[in-house]
Design a protein around this ligand. Structure first.
Ligand code: RP5
Length: 169
């Protein structure tokens, strides 16, 4: 799984313009073809690069299912603006599911669900002190109206498999 550091990270198709505010049809077609070929269907986000080993099985499950995904390290607490931007743009970019893994006070899944109407699968990650119970409770105890489906502590594999089932449902 390749981890990309926080950043815009989102390739935007360039559209040739033939005049102010207009795009040529071939250029538009080309742009959309590019999106279809490359656009990921699942966004895998995690709160820290230190989460990577625990999140790797999600990527492997998606790869086995032939589902394209992208990966970002963006923390709900350390990079709140980036999390908001990523999640608000997710549907427009063609994502169908967001998998959000975080440890300790794991706000990332819930914050993702608050900024997107896509299905969000939370992966609570076991930290050094509380065995992941902290992250589990943070992710699962969402208020009514902001749904997050949470898999087991360190259950990234099931997150990938569940995302695949959602996409194929
Ligand atoms: C959480 O804090 C992350 O998801 C990670 O599990 C935990 C520790 O992060 P680092 O201090 O290793 O960056 O936000």
């Amino acid at each position: 799984m390749e981890i990309e550091e926080p950043g815009d990270g989102i390739g935007e198709a360039e559209i040739e313009q033939s005049g102010p505010g207009t795009a040529t049809m071939p250029a538009v077609q080309e742009a959309f073809e590019e999106i279809e070929v490359d656009a990921p269907l699942v966004g895998v986000i995690m709160g820290s690069a230190s989460d990577k080993p625990k999140m790797q099985p999600a990527g492997e499950a998606l790869q086995d299912a032939g589902i394209r995904y992208d990966v970002r390290v963006i923390s709900a607490h350390r990079d709140p603006d980036k999390v908001r931007d990523y999640c608000q743009n997710a549907r427009m970019r063609g994502l169908r599911v967001i998998i959000a893994g975080a440890g300790m006070s794991a706000a990332l899944p819930g914050v993702a669900a608050s900024h997107s109407d896509l299905p969000v699968i939370g992966v609570p990650i076991a930290g050094r002190n509380l065995g992941g119970l902290d992250a589990l409770l943070s992710a699962v105890q969402m208020p009514p109206g902001v749904p997050v489906g949470v898999v087991a502590i360190d259950g990234a594999k099931n997150a990938g498999l569940l995302a695949a089932r959602i996409i194929h449902a």
